[in-house]
Structure formats: structure tokens, C-alpha cells
Design a protein around this ligand. Structure first.
Ligand code: TEU
Ligand code: CA
Length: 541
């Protein structure tokens, strides 16, 4: 169990992300909910995770599945009640598991009271909670595009003004230049802290400082001022875990965000590695060779060692499933899922496991009528309108669409994978008959038990948390191997991230050592089997 009173406890923790809509339904309406999560706490405790990041469950019209918040202080009835949240916090805590809430501070829903008030008139006290530009119908303030397609400006006729939104038109950006906005948000965060949560994930937090007139959507000049104020006014000194989503983060910025003095966040989600296999337009594929990925990981491991802190993840609710993306979701699905898990969990940082990743759940190349994500659906139609055939557009979307991560959690081989007794809001992946938690728990050689072992090893050996990082064989196109040294021990990871055998000579110092973890039984000397992963540990004086 993690001691949540220990400074920087989150450096030893493994955090599990739940997309509540797709995790477990408890009342048969086909939508996951808080009582559903409560019913799965024993499963999560068995896995060994220490905290749960729950994607937003606040009041929301669900245009962006909860990332369009209409009341930060209310639980949306589809997920349950405030009492359900308090019960979850208490029951998770009783199992040594902390709860992290997902705060969307860059924008609200257009159904938030503040925005409804803001639209009533330019002199309304809430008007300047948002970003407005005078204008005429059909004459946009500038050419900025929104992340989910279309212009980043929407006209409000009764005001004769446009408002700015980086995402859907139903997600108007908040004006962080307005101190009243900041104070409202800080008070809300303090209220959730009083409920006993153990931390927060901060949605697109580097986008709160922007300059729409100069088409700057992130890292605006006042960003660090806002983030330091946010920290001081809320979690600063409270020993909570905070992780900011920062698509625009580079290593120098990440050092500021995760500074050991705790003046901003514990860490950030940066996406350098997770953008290497596509162009700036994520629907356009780009070839990625393993040495490029390894070099990027090495830069971040060394760049933050001793002066910041990494988050470690392959998956989340916005990314395709890693076993389909960089593993093999066919014959070698189990071995490749294990290999990817070992590669990530041997690194320095806080590992995040996205719901179903521990089962080796795969992408879901559904027909367009089964897609549910505003980003995917808009992109599909933009591609078709741009001249692609429906088949071409769907093929492009399938590869990177966020729907891949949002299919219901696969609990059993039975109806609807045990996710719901009703009609699921999103189709269950048909492969749940093979890929499901019930089967994984019963199979000691499953992906689940590999994750469970990795979590246990991180708790048992401080070198996982403290050790430095040295990349081995940087140019090898198949093998990801690295050393972690610290606390009097050396950890070696050797992972074949390919479907073919790979030559790998164990470093002399490890000859004769028994593996700490071996995903495919006794290793062959000098060769790594396809998707074979090994961890070795030795005392290093
Ligand atoms: O995501 C921010 C974001 O930029 C990604 O959604 C990105 O646009 C795309 O999905 C990946 O290329 C955060 C949340 O994680 C996401 O679910 C929300 O839709 C978005 O912010 C708006 O709140
Ligand atoms: Ca439900």
C-alpha cells in the first residue's frame, strides 16, 4: 500500500485511468457509472494500482463525453450522485487507492450557467468569463480552426460577437485573463480537495494561456504566472498528485511543470513519443523506426532525471490501443502487449495504465455509424467532403480514432462483455469472447498478471523509482534495451519490440543472473524471441 502522507508518494505509485462511460454500468442504462466503478475496486486492488484517474463525471451535455462541463460541482446523474462519489472515495481509500478527478479548466460547456449568463449581454457579469470579438455574421475574426474541425469562432447574433473555442462550438474557452474566472475555478478545486481526493488531472492545461488574435493556442506569455497562482491557491503543499495534460510541452517546459519544489504540478502528460507515427495532422500516417522512439524516450528520461518527473503511458482515452498501434493484435497479441508493458514499466516516472490495457484490449475498426466521438465523426465527414471515398476516409480514421479506446471494458466472454445488462452506449468489441478480465484473472500467464508483477516489482525495488537511465544498442531496429542504476542496484530491461527473433548479447555484468521477469520462460542466450521481454536485477557496488 502507498503511504499517501509520504512526500511525493506518487513517485512510487501506478495510476489507472478509468473512462467512466465505458468502464462498468450498474443500472442497466448502457452507460458506465460510479457505482459500477465501486463494484470493480477489488479487481483494481488485485492489479495493485494505487490511484484512479477518472475522466470527467461532472454535469455535462456529453458533446465531448464529459469534457464539456456544465457544472464542476455536480455529478452528472448519468454517472450517479455526490454520495456515490463520496462512497467511491471512501471505499477506494479503504483499499489503499486514491481518487484523481479530471479537471477541465480551459473551457466549459455552452450549457454552463456562466456561458448562458454571458450570452445575455455584454454587460453581464459573466460576459468576460469567455473570449469575445465583435464581428459581422459570416466574417470570422480570423482563420483559426478548432481541434474538432471547423472555425474556432462561433457567432452569437444577439451580441453581434463571436466567441472563441479551441474544441467543439459547445466548448467555449474560458478567459483566464479574468481574475474572477480564476478565483471561481480555484474555489471549486478547493471544494473537491475537501472531499478527500488524492489528486487531479488537468485537461489541456497549457492551453489556458492563449492569444487568439495572434493564433496562439497554448504556452501564452502568462502561462507560468497562472500555473503558479493555481498551485498556490489550491493543491500547493497538500501532497496531492497533479498531472497536467500538455500537448505543447518540451523538456525545458516539463522541467518547469514538474519542478521538484512542487510549485506547479507533480508531472505532465507530454506527447512527443505518441506523435512520432503521424504527421501534424494525426490522420496522416508517418513511418516510425524503433531507434527514433527509443531516442525520444531516452531524451525525456535523461532530461527530467533529478530535475523533474516523467509520466509513463502508451494509452489513454484519446489514443488508439497500443497493442494495435505498435504491437501485434493478431497472433502475437499477448506477447506484444507484455513486451510493451515491460518496456514502459521499467522506466523512471509514474506509470499510467488505461482501462483494458492490462488485458491487451485492441482497436475497434467499427463502421462510421458505430462511432461516438465528435472528433472522429467530424474528421470522417471532413475527409469525405474533401474528396476521399467513405472507405478511404474510414480507413484513415480507424488508425488513430479515439473511439478505439472508448469501447466498453471487457469483463467477461458473456453478453456485452459483462459491461451492461442493457444496450451499451457504444458497441462492445466482439473479441471480448477471448479478451476479457475473467479469462485474464484465471490465466497466470495473461497480460493482466504481467502488469500485476510489474507493479509489484516497482514497489519492491527502489531502483525502478530512483535509478538513472542509460539507453543500450540505440540503433538496434528491434530491441529496446536500457539500464537503470541507483540505490546500489542495476536493472536491465531487454525487450524485443518486433515480431522476429533478435540478437541480443546480455551485458557481461548480468551473465549468470536469473531474470527478475521473463515473459516467455527461460531466455535463450544471445537471442530474444519475437516480442520477448526480460528484466534483470543485480547488486551494483
Ligand atoms: O484532449 C486534448 C486534445 O488536444 C486531444 O483531444 C487531441 O485533440 C486529440 O484528441 C488527439 O490528437 C483533451 C481531452 O483528453 C480530450 O478527451 C478532450 O476532447 C479535449 O481535451 C477537450 O477537452
Ligand atoms: Ca449506468
Amino acid at each position: 500500500m502507498i503511504d499517501f502522507s509520504k512526500k511525493d508518494w506518487w513517485k512510487e505509485a501506478v495510476i489507472y485511468q478509468i473512462y467512466p462511460k465505458s468502464f462498468q454500468d450498474s443500472n442497466g442504462d448502457g452507460i458506465g457509472d460510479l457505482p459500477g466503478i465501486l463494484s470493480r475496486l477489488d479487481y483494481l486492488q488485485k492489479l495493485g494500482v494505487n490511484a484512479l484517474w477518472i475522466s470527467p463525471v461532472f454535469a455535462s451535455p456529453q458533446v465531448d463525453n464529459g469534457y464539456d462541463v456544465s457544472d464542476y460541482r455536480a455529478i452528472d446523474p448519468m454517472f450517479g450522485t455526490m454520495e456515490d462519489m463520496r462512497t467511491l472515495i471512501r471505499e477506494a481509500g479503504a483499499r489503499g487507492i486514491g481518487i484523481l478527478l479530471d479537471l477541465v479548466l480551459n473551457h466549459t460547456s455552452d450549457q454552463h450557467r456562466w456561458f448562458l449568463e454571458a450570452c445575455k449581454g455584454r454587460d453581464n457579469p459573466c460576459h468576460d468569463y469567455y473570449i469575445w470579438r465583435d464581428g459581422q455574421p459570416g466574417v470570422l475574426p480570423n482563420e483559426m480552426r478548432a481541434a474538432f474541425g471547423g472555425p474556432a469562432w462561433t457567432y452569437v447574433p444577439q451580441l453581434g460577437q463571436y466567441y472563441f473555442h479551441q474544441f467543439a462550438p459547445q466548448q467555449p474557452d474560458l478567459n483566464w485573463e479574468n481574475p474572477a474566472v480564476r478565483q471561481e475555478l480555484y474555489a471549486m478545486i478547493r471544494a473537491w480537495m475537501a472531499e478527500g481526493v488524492k489528486g487531479f488531472r488537468l485537461d489541456v492545461i497549457d492551453q489556458i494561456a492563449k492569444d487568439p488574435d495572434r493564433q496562439i493556442t497554448a504556452n501564452g506569455p502568462r502561462l507560468m504566472e497562472f500555473l503558479h497562482e493555481l498551485n498556490r491557491e489550491t493543491w500547493g503543499g497538500a501532497n496531492l498528485v497533479t498531472v497536467g495534460e500538455a500537448w505543447g510541452a518540451d523538456i525545458p517546459r516539463a522541467r518547469q511543470y514538474s519542478a521538484p519544489d512542487g510549485s506547479v504540478f507533480s508531472m505532465v502528460f507530454q506527447f512527443e513519443q505518441m506523435c512520432l507515427d503521424h504527421e501534424a495532422d494525426k490522420w496522416v500516417p508517418k513511418a516510425m523506426a524503433l531507434p527514433e522512439l527509443k531516442a525520444s524516450i531516452a531524451r525525456w528520461q535523461q532530461g527530467l532525471h533529478g530535475c523533474g518527473w516523467n509520466s509513463l503511458f502508451w494509452d489513454n482515452h484519446d489514443l488508439p490501443r497500443i497493442v494495435s498501434r505498435w504491437g501485434d493484435d493478431g497472433e502475437a497479441r499477448v506477447d506484444s502487449a507484455k513486451a510493451l508493458a515491460v518496456a514502459l514499466h521499467g522506466l523512471q516516472g509514474t506509470p499510467y495504465i488505461y482501462q483494458g490495457e492490462e488485458l491487451g484490449m485492441t482497436n475497434a475498426p467499427y463502421p462510421v455509424e458505430d462511432l461516438r466521438d465528435v472528433e472522429s465523426i467530424n474528421a470522417y465527414h471532413e475527409l469525405v467532403d474533401g474528396g476521399k471515398s467513405p472507405e478511404e476516409a474510414l480507413a484513415l480514421i480507424h488508425r488513430m480514432m479515439r473511439d478505439n479506446a472508448r469501447t466498453p471494458m471487457q469483463w467477461t466472454a458473456g453478453e456485452n462483455a459483462g459491461f451492461t445488462t442493457g444496450t451499451p452506449w457504444m458497441r462492445v468489441n466482439p473479441n471480448h469472447t477471448v479478451i476479457n478480465a475473467e479469462a485474464a484473472l484465471a490465466d497466470p500467464d495473461s497480460v493482466f498478471h504481467t502488469y500485476r508483477k510489474l507493479i509489484a516489482l516497482r514497489k519492491a525495488y527502489p531502483v525502478f523509482v530512483e535509478g538513472d537511465f542509460t539507453l543500450l544498442c540505440p540503433e538496434d531496429p528491434q530491441v529496446f534495451a536500457y539500464l537503470r542504476r541507483g540505490t546500489g542496484q542495476e536493472l536491465l530491461a531487454a525487450v524485443n519490440l518486433s515480431g522476429k527473433p533478435a540478437a541480443f548479447a546480455l551485458p557481461e555484468a548480468f551473465r549468470g543472473c536469473q531474470p527478475l521477469l521473463a515473459t516467455q520462460g527461460t531466455p535463450d542466450s544471445g537471442v530474444l524471441r519475437p516480442w520477448e521481454a526480460l528484466l534483470y536485477l543485480r547488486d551494483a557496488i
